[in-house]
Every structure is written in structure tokens, then in C-alpha cells.
Design a binder for this molecule. Sequence first.
Ligand SMILES: Nc1ncnc2c1ncn2[C@@H]1O[C@H](COP(=O)(O)OP(=O)(O)OP(=O)(O)O)[C@@H](O)[C@H]1O
Ligand SMILES: [Mg+2]
Length: 299
Amino acid sequence: MANTTDTGVSVTDETTSDITVEAPTAAAPEAAPASTPVDPADLVFDVSDLSVYYGDFRAVRDVNMTVERNQITALIGPSGCGKSTVLRSFNRMNDLIPTARVTGDLIYRGVDLYDPRVDPVEVRRRIGMVFQKPNPFPKSIYDNVAYGPRIAGQKKGLDEVVESSLRKAALWDEVKDRLGDSAIGLSGGQQQRLSIARAIATQPEVLLMDEPCSALDPIATARIEELMAEIKSEYTILIVTHNMQQAARVSDRTAFFSVELDEHNDRRTGLLVEYTDTAKLFSNPDDERTENYITGRFG
Ligand SMILES: Nc1ncnc2c1ncn2[C@@H]1O[C@H](COP(=O)(O)OP(=O)(O)OP(=O)(O)O)[C@@H](O)[C@H]1O
Ligand SMILES: [Mg+2]
């Protein structure tokens, strides 16, 4: 299996050749947004001119952004602006939608994620996803967490992986005496932390979270937010949220997406309007459209 280190990554496609990057040197300064320059060693994603289409419909365009290691990046904007679509493009989840097509460049650790030699299964192991609705498998708590490692062929040390993943997801103390019970019997907040434990169990570098708290009450939401702050030192996190307070509380950088009418086909296409430090985006945005959205005048 390919290794992740601080300095390099190799994305392995077992049927064809390896794509190996000794050091992430893909940080072309001119490709980065105008704000703070990124240290190449910290550059996890470098996205340029990304558009995502469903058939002929361009759902979202003009996505240019870099994502740095151990940062939390929030994606915000009105419904339909393409947040989930963009998030799914970060681990090739859109591949599972037959009409979906991506143009532009999405570079992960110096590797073009959409290179045909890249194995999407390996991508999704390194770049895990947590969905809006907790989605435990109808299996035991233990088997839910052990699922990914087992698929990857791991047989030994599963107890340790399950325990450490549940500890990181701040769920261990609540479930350690009933690991054999069905995960369906957990509360919504516990199920969402289980989903996080399941994603963490494959030792990803990145966690993508699509409105992970939207089905949770304020206490469970606070729990997930605390958890994000705790695990941030080990993971790079991208989170879609409709809750602007949440984006302001948890994230380091925020990307604001909006929608505009496409004159060619009379449909509303999403676009990335502004991407900057969270504190700046919420206090002193550069773009009037961002200002209107965060002050509640639009969306
Ligand atoms: N599987 C799909 N097939 C066709 N069009 C889709 C598909 N998924 C999303 N779209 C369209 O792409 C656009 C962006 O949708 P997306 O779900 O990414 O928006 P969003 O910002 O996540 O919205 P929300 O805040 O409501 O979750 C919308 O116009 C949507 O109708
Ligand atoms: Mg969405």
C-alpha cells in the first residue's frame, strides 16, 4: 500500500503505473490566489479553473483555490451554488454520478487527481468523506469502524484501529462496553461521530464533510465542532456548512460561492466568488456579493 509522509505521497494504481511525488513541489506561485502565499510543503490541494458539469449543464465554475495542511476550510453559499458538487470533486465522488464531468486542474500533493492512472478507491481512502446524514451500516459499531481497514486487506491490529478511531472521534467512552451492538441504535450525534471514526479508520490525510451537523441538535453540533478543533492537528478538513456562525467558529479559511444566471442556457451556475481568511471574509470581504450574503441581504 502506498505511504503518506510529511513530505510526499504516492497514489498507486495497481493495474497501471504508480504516480509518485517525492516532494509536493506543485505550488506554482502564479496559480495560488492573491492572498497569503502557501509553503509548498503545506500545500494539500491546488485547484485551478475547476468547473463541474452534469451532462451539458455547468453546475459550478471558476473554482481557484489552494488548501493547506492542518487547516479547516469552510465552503459556504446559497443552496444550489455547487458546494456539495465541489466538495465531491475533491475525492472523485462525482465519478459515481454518470453524467458528472470535471474540467480544470485539481492537484492533490502534486498529483493530478483526475489523471487516468490514479485509482479513485485509493483517493477516497486518503481523502475521506462524512455526509450530511449519518449513514451507519446495519452492522455492529465495531464492524462499522473496521470496515475500511478490512476492505484494504487489514486483518491484524483491528482492535487497536477501532479503539483509536473511536477515541479520536470522541465516541470511545460512550460505546466501549457495547462495541458488538448495532450502530443503528446510536443517537444521531453518536452516529455522526461514528461516521467520522469510520472515515478516520483508513488513516486519511483529508476529511471532507458535507453539512455534517445539519441533522444534529446544538449540543451534538458543539461536540462535532470541538472534535474538529481537536483532530485538526492531524487532518486537513474541508467542511460545507449553511451555518455561517459555524464557518466563522471552526474554519481558518472560507470560500464563498454564489449563483449567477448563465445567459447561454438560462440556468443558474455556481461560482467561487471569494476565498480568503475566515476572519477577513466575515469582517471585511472584498466582494460586494460576499458582503450581501454574510449580512443576510441575499441567499
Ligand atoms: N447528480 C446531479 N445531477 C444533475 N444535477 C445536479 C446533480 N447534483 C447537483 N446538481 C445540480 O448542480 C447544482 C449544484 O448542486 P449542489 O448540490 O452542488 O449545490 P449545493 O451548494 O450543495 O446546494 P445545497 O446547499 O442545497 O446542498 C444545482 O443546480 C443542482 O441542481
Ligand atoms: Mg449541498
